[in-house]
Design a protein. Structure first.
Lengths: 111, 119
């Protein structure tokens, strides 16, 4: 059971928009700790996708965007492409655990 | 090329010990908090331990406290994880990663090293 809750899977057709939610609590996201997102392709290490709720590292397409409100955050992917098929994880910090916490991961399928 | 390279993963029996290492190439690890994050087969990511730039602060997930020790050698540009009293549920790919602060994001990840605990 992960501290941050994500849907196990989402899907969409090429060109469509999908969103992935990440729900936390008052000791992590709701305590004003930032939310970050990672993309993990099969058999590879996670890659930073969004940091500080809304920021994209250099090289990440602007099709990816993040938002945060209250105890939740979301990752939106527009103009879906086959190469976006991966598992996406949200991450924050939890003050009661004194450490990072992750969501359980959401597997994106591009139909 | 900037990269982190983990090593030391292996098959070990329950109750055994293992030492993982992470070497930085093209990056000065002493500028960063460093962490270990693991991923059990077919499962999600789990933070394991973090250490401050100078080693003065260390934090662990409850499930490894008293069994795992994180350390660093800034002169050798490396990070270590000493794992004792290993359990079957410690089986995972272990990644090292850099952070700007203990409560921030993981900037750079290694490729991971597989630890299998089984009799």
């Amino acid at each position: 059971q992960s501290v941050l809750t994500q849907p196990p899977s989402v899907s969409g057709a090429p060109g469509q928009r999908v969103t992935i939610s990440c729900t936390g609590s008052t000791s992590n996201i709701g305590a004003h700790y930032d939310v970050h997102w990672y993309q993990q392709l099969p058999g590879t290490a996670p890659k930073l996708l969004i940091y500080g709720n809304t920021n994209r590292p250099a090289g990440v397409p602007d099709r990816f965007s993040g938002s945060k409100s209250g105890t939740s955050a979301s990752l939106a992917i527009t103009g879906l492409q086959a190469e976006d098929e991966a598992t996406y994880y949200c991450q924050s910090y939890d003050s009661s655990l004194s450490g990072s916490v992750f969501g359980g991961g959401t597997k994106l399928t591009v139909l | 090329e900037v990269q982190l390279v983990e090593s030391g993963g292996n098959l070990v029996q329950p109750g055994g010990s293992l030492r993982l290492s992470c070497a930085g190439s093209g990056i000065r690890l002493s500028s960063y908090w460093m962490s270990w994050v693991r991923q059990a087969p077919g499962k999600g990511l789990e933070w394991v331990a973090s250490i401050k730039q100078d080693g003065s602060e260390k934090y662990y997930v409850d499930s490894v406290k008293g069994r795992f020790t994180i350390s660093r050698d800034n002169a050798k540009n490396s990070l270590n994880l000493q794992m004792n009293s290993l359990r079957v549920d410690d089986t995972a790919v272990y990644y090292c990663a850099t952070q700007y602060g203990s409560a921030t994001y993981y900037v750079l990840w290694g490729q991971g090293t597989l630890v299998t605990v089984s009799s």
